[in-house]
Design a protein around this ligand. Structure first.
Ligand SMILES: [Zn+2]
Ligand SMILES: [Zn+2]
Length: 185
């Protein structure tokens, strides 16, 4: 099966079928633009089932991909695997039987087909992927984070620091400062 890029599915013929009629599609290697600063690092694979409902179509999809991110503890670049499930009714903007334009304002929250009875699945998928972006991704489950002294990532490659040696004159100065603060209160 050919890659269905850019994930636009013409559904005029499905809309002419009775409710309950299904179309199934495989998605292989699709790439789509994502909102914000999100970027795919793996193309999207998955499957899509579109079922005719009384009012429009029901979209049932399962997708897997990966996006670029950074570890919330050690900040290094990572690839975040994303699994997305979409289950959403999408309504036409035009009544296919009468050609009458339906009022999208009556249900502003609902996703719509295009004027040409196409499902813009790329937009649905992009929204679902961005909603599934983890808030605090980790490079590995027990990422040790960063060293507060040198800023390098802790772990096997990090060289332990010696105890910092305090210059006796500096130590005396610190003591003096503490005393000074005490007096000013
Ligand atoms: Zn990390
Ligand atoms: Zn360090």
């Amino acid at each position: 099966m050919t890659a269905l890029v850019p994930l636009t599915y013409p559904l005029a013929s499905l809309l002419a079928e009775p409710a309950g009629t299904e179309r199934r599609y495989e998605i292989h290697g699709a790439t789509i633009p994502l909102p914000d600063d999100l970027r795919l690092t793996e193309p999207i694979d998955g499957r899509l089932k579109i079922t005719r409902t009384n009012r429009g179509v029901f979209v049932d999809a399962q997708l897997s991909t990966a996006i670029a991110g950074s570890c919330s503890r050690c900040l290094r670049d990572i690839e975040i695997p994303i699994q997305v499930k979409i289950a959403e009714e999408v309504l036409p903007v035009v009544d296919i039987a009468t050609g009458r334009v339906l009022d999208p304002e009556s249900e502003p929250e609902v996703a719509r087909l295009t004027d040409h009875h196409e499902l813009d699945f790329a937009t649905l998928a992009a929204e679902a992927i961005s909603l599934n972006e983890p808030i605090a991704p980790l490079c590995e489950e027990d990422c040790p984070g960063l060293c507060i002294e040198c800023g390098e990532r802790l772990g096997p490659d990090h060289v332990e620091h010696d105890e910092p040696e305090i210059d006796p004159r500096l130590a005396a100065l610190q003591a003096f400062r503490v005393d000074g603060e005490g007096e000013s209160e």
